[in-house]
Design a protein around this ligand. Structure first.
Ligand SMILES: Nc1ncnc2c1ncn2[C@@H]1O[C@H](COP(=O)(O)OP(=O)(O)OP(=O)(O)O)[C@@H](O)[C@H]1O
Ligand SMILES: [Mg+2]
Length: 281
């Protein structure tokens, strides 16, 4: 697979296919997405960012869930300047970037972004410009997208060189994950996505789930697009009461309970991502 190169999105992103993912210096842009909502994308994005920062990378998390942004709530950050101000020309991009408790940078959507939850040419251009300006300044950019396959979500994903699909073991979450992955294969011509099974009852369950999902993809999607969509199982995160407690206290799990099973699992994901995508690049 030659598609793991770091990227700078181009104007080609106005098409449904992914933006040009030519090798270029700058951040590896990873879209964190899901079929079903509420499966843990924001939790994974924020804590993965903290774990990658700890490994020495310059990390930025962008709240790409324009309609229902909630990264600010999870991080307990309510900055005056947000992506909304950048899109409306009220603030410069650099003034909308803030430091999160985990030491990484964030660009929060802020309230008022609901008007941007429709993919207009303006939203496309603003989004693309923001990503292109930030790519040279970071090693990793995580795009915390909304759930599902709306055109805004798909556009945000098209700006990423790599995709991380978060799903839980529930059948509804897996069916929706399948639908999302199918769209990514058909519309964006993607040949692989990374998969994380969150809220796993037993660690290791994700391996069997991935194998089952792969079988269905090979049978239906592979034949439709004429090539294989490969699932890369990045790991599992166990269901852990500490996650909910951290969210309720608006604290980062990795900072307040680094030894709990879910935090250990997120740190292991960061190590795997580091080995698979970031080292030697
Ligand atoms: N591993 C876990 N163990 C226990 N609870 C979890 C775990 N992961 C997530 N949760 C719970 O699920 C809730 C939703 O998580 P999160 O907000 O990250 O989901 P999301 O996919 O970003 O949702 P949305 O689609 O609305 O953006 C968290 O507030 C937390 O209570
Ligand atoms: Mg979220």
């Amino acid at each position: 697979m030659s598609d793991t190169s770091k990227s700078t999105p181009s104007a080609a992103a106005s098409a449904p296919a992914p933006a040009t993912r030519a090798a270029a210096p700058g951040a590896m842009v990873l879209a964190v997405t899901s079929g079903k909502g509420g499966v843990g994308k924001t939790f994974v994005s924020a804590n993965l960012a903290a774990a990658l920062t700890k490994r020495g990378y310059r990390v930025l998390v962008l709240d790409a869930d324009l309609g229902l942004a909630n990264l600010d709530v999870v991080l307990n950050l309510f900055p005056k300047t947000t992506l909304h101000d950048v899109f409306t020309g009220k603030a410069k991009l650099e003034n909308a970037i803030h430091k999160a408790p985990g030491g990484f940078s964030v660009l929060l959507a802020g309230s008022g972004m609901v008007e941007y939850s429709r993919l207009t040419p303006q939203v496309r251009n603003e989004f693309l410009e923001v990503i292109n300006s930030l790519v040279p300044k970071y090693d990793v950019m995580l795009l915390d997208t909304g759930a599902g396959i709306s055109d805004v979500v798909l556009f945000a994903i098209s700006l990423a060189s790599e995709i991380l699909v978060v799903a839980t073991p529930e059948p509804t979450s897996l069916t929706d994950a399948y639908a999302t992955i199918k769209v990514l294969a058909v519309q964006q011509n993607r040949d692989h996505v990374h998969l994380v099974i969150n809220q796993a009852m037993r660690m290791g369950d994700g391996r069997a789930i991935t194998a089952q999902l792969q079988q269905v993809l090979d049978r239906y999607v592979g034949t439709e697009v004429g090539k294989r969509m490969r699932l890369v199982h990045l790991g599992d995160i166990p269901i852990d009461a500490s996650v909910r407690e951290a969210v309720m206290r608006r604290q980062l799990l990795l900072l307040t309970a680094a030894g709990c099973p879910a935090a250990v699992a997120v740190s292991a994901l960061a190590a795997k991502l580091d080995d698979a995508l970031l080292k030697d690049s």
